[in-house]
Design a protein around this ligand. Structure first.
Ligand SMILES: Nc1ncnc2c1ncn2[C@@H]1O[C@H](COP(=O)(O)OP(=O)(O)OP(=O)(O)O)[C@@H](O)[C@H]1O
Length: 689
């Protein structure tokens, strides 16, 4: 156990009565020949130059600045003196109101004064430094009579290697015990320590973790720093407490031994679309939610083929480890439909069965594909994503299959390996597979059948070992009937069909939102007010989780420093959509009529035909999505289909943006491609091509 993990302030009568730390300290003072009678200003007389002392401690001062600010606000008006001392016991800073500063000065608590035990005997600062734990020293528990007018509490501050950096203290009048200060100082010390642990280094990766995902980014998160060779460099207090290790024991561990995961698997997690917390299991089986942080230089170093971690023999990738990182766990948020998807995937992982992921735009198809890859034995190899809709038709063939020197005009001199070959050993993710031109479908089918790829312009066929995951928002069965998609390719791709539900059908919106916020605000995410949550619950979310993430990202910036996100923090664009689409869903039978904050009932009632495309219908029609992949929501009789509502919404956004597709796509949180697609393919009458 950490020397501090069981540390408590000396608040029990027994501890204070007979001494405990105090008695030991008094004995030390006597052994050093200190006398109880020292002039009150003696400490001040022995003072060092405060400016020089502060200069020596500029790192400590920077680390404790937010904590000092917090303490100073919390103790305002209580005549409490806030003191910061360095690791030698030299006072660096004193803050408080005039009576508090005067009381401190009377006892010699002034910047530059030495308050280590050899100088001032038993006292909160000096004794905390010796004990390396929080202490409370009240009135005549001080060794010297000159300090008997004080009651002090102190908490030492450590860096991630458990080096003592300094001590934070609160001093009050001897008539007020400082027990109440203990909690405040504990929070303050943790704040400073977490900052120390989060200090950047191009040579390290940080794991921020907790058993509960919503605690990541809070003061209670554990932080562990890992070197590129997989060795653990240090940790904050919460990490040691959660892992049940001392700082020393931790530094004798490696990442794979403790967390069962290698450093390259962490890099893979960081590269994932929205590095969501991953779930790792400790040796005793306890799950921890882990968010990985590293700077770009570190990520680049780990991404190079001969990454230092592998070179140092730390590990050879997740596949070689005793157990694999649970990428899929990051998606589990309690929603039944998502849970069913995860359970299906778990059954087929590592069997190289082709997966076909269906779902509207922004539902997390790529995120799921990456999670499947991370979960598989291929995790240490490449994950290659190809968006078949975004590559111009003329280039997609070369992009996928590669080409030989001089294969076509404009080709690079030495030719290029295609994306399929790049995925060798790993996973090929074919996004928007329904948009692949028919002639290429035949070539892709051949590759999947023969497991060999022939670059454009001839040359040698390359053997490829790949897992294939396809994704689309389109109804492939209908496309087959229309002759737009090859049936044989369809059957080659759909080893297992997974359907991701649209956000409006999910029951876990609150948790998804919370996770996104935790990711956006690693130093502490604001809460979402009940009003905003209720608004979110009613939203139709045509851009699904991507749109939610965009809305939250903007709101988090607006709410910086405030404890919760309120309606005022939501982007005008988003709110405008509600006002532009005022239809309000009929309340569920028996549901209480919560007033809808934005679309007032009168306007809503006056424009029922608007259909509320951004609003979630109260009785959401289940999507008609069969095994073959139709994902259009079924229409409630006599009402617009969800799809028609989406078209209306897109048209409204386009009109509002003066026909500017980029602006409209930003407003809606969906891609330009999606706008084109929906208008061109699904509403021929729209006139936009
Ligand atoms: N469960 C989730 N929790 C948090 N963020 C998510 C989740 N699902 C998706 N996202 C985020 O939403 C965005 C869109 O996800 P992703 O690209 O995987 O969706 P998609 O279905 O592949 O979209 P498209 O069809 O437009 O390609 C990404 O930023 C992703 O990180």
């Amino acid at each position: 156990m950490s020397r501090r993990s069981n540390a408590t302030f000396m608040s029990t009568p027994a501890e204070r009565a007979l001494g405990g730390l105090i008695r030991d300290s008094h004995e030390r003072c006597l052994a050093q020949g200190l006398t109880r009678i020292a002039r009150a200003d003696a400490a001040a007389q022995e003072s060092l130059d405060p400016a020089a002392a502060r200069e020596r401690s500029c790192r400590l001062l920077a680390l404790v600045a937010p904590a000092m600010e917090m303490l100073s606000r919390q103790t305002a008006g209580t005549h409490t003196l806030l003191v910061l001392a360095d690791a030698r016991g030299t006072v660096l800073q004193c803050e408080g109101d005039v009576p508090a500063l005067a009381r401190g000065a009377e006892a010699g608590l002034v910047p530059g004064a030495p308050w280590a035990e050899p100088a001032r005997g038993t006292n909160a600062i000096g004794t905390a430094l010796v004990a390396e734990r929080p202490v409370l020293v009240h009135a005549d528990e001080h060794f010297m009579h000159a300090c008997h007018g004080l009651s002090g509490a102190a908490a030492p501050v450590f860096d991630l290697r458990q080096n003592l950096l300094g001590v934070l203290c609160l001093y009050g009048d001897r008539h007020v015990r400082q027990e109440h200060a203990a909690g405040l100082l504990d929070v303050a010390a943790r704040m400073a320590e977490n900052l120390a642990c989060a200090e950047h280094g191009a040579d390290r990766v940080r794991l921020h973790f907790h058993a509960r995902p919503e605690f990541i980014g809070t003061l209670l998160e554990g932080i562990v720093a890992v070197g590129l060779d997989g060795r653990l460099l240090g940790a904050n207090r919460s990490a040691l407490e959660q892992l049940g290790l001392s700082g020393m024991a931790l530094r004798n561990q490696t990442l794979p031994a403790l967390f069962g995961v290698g450093i390259s698997a962490l890099a893979e997690q960081v590269r994932a679309a929205l590095a969501l917390p991953m779930t790792l299991r400790l040796r005793d089986g306890r799950p921890l939610h882990v968010s990985v942080r590293m700077d770009w230089a570190t990520l680049a170093a780990l991404t190079r083929p001969e990454a230092p971690a592998a070179a140092a023999g730390g590990e050879t990738g997740a596949a070689a480890l005793p157990w694999t990182p649970a990428g899929l766990c990051a998606l589990q948020t309690g929603d039944v439909q998502i849970e069913a998807v995860v359970q299906k995937v778990r059954r087929v992982v590592n069997r190289d069965i082709p997966l076909l992921i269906l779902g509207e735009t922004g539902t997390g198809k790529e995120l799921l594909a990456r999670a499947v890859h991370l979960e598989s034995r291929r995790a240490a190899q490449a994950f290659v994503a190809v968006n078949c809709a975004s590559i111009p038709e003329a280039l997609i063939e070369a992009e996928l299959f590669g080409y030989e020197e001089g294969a076509f005009t404009g080709a690079r001199r030495k030719g290029a390996s295609g994306r399929i070959a790049q995925a060798h050993g790993g996973t090929l993710f074919l996004d928007e597979i329904g948009d692949m031109p028919l002639p290429l479908q035949a070539r892709l089918l051949r590759v999947l059948q023969e497991r060999r790829v022939m670059p454009l312009g001839g040359g040698k066929a390359l053997e490829v070992d790949i897992a294939v995951i396809g994704a689309t928002h389109r109804n492939l069965r209908e496309m087959i009937q229309r002759g737009e998609f090859r049936e044989d390719l369809y059957y080659r791709l759909n080893g297992l069909v997974l359907r991701l539900p649209p956000l409006r059908e999910r029951s876990d919106l609150a948790l998804v939102a919370q996770r996104i916020l935790a990711h956006e605000c690693p130093r502490g995410a604001p809460r979402i007010s009940a009003e905003v949550m209720s608004l979110f619950e009613r939203c139709h979310w045509p851009g699904n989780v991507r749109q939610l993430a965009n809305v939250l990202r903007a709101a988090a910036v607006m709410a910086a420093g405030e404890p919760q996100i309120t309606r005022e923090h939501l982007a005008d664009d988003f709110l405008d959509e509600f006002q532009a689409q005022p239809a309000r869903p009929a309340p569920l039978p028996g549901a209480s009529a919560t007033p809808f904050a934005l679309a007032d009932a009168s306007t809503a009632a006056s424009a029922p035909e608007a259909g509320g495309a951004l609003l979630r219908p109260a009785l959401s029609a289940p999507a008609a999505c069969d095994h073959a992949g139709g994902c259009e929501p079924s229409a409630p009789a006599g009402a617009m289909t969800m799809h028609e509502q989406e078209i209306r919404l897109i048209e409204a956004a386009l009109a509002a943006a003066g026909g500017n597709i980029s602006a409209a796509s930003k407003r809606l949180g969906i891609s330009r491609n999606t706008i084109y697609r929906k208008l061109r393919w699904n509403t021929p009458a729209s006139g936009i091509h």
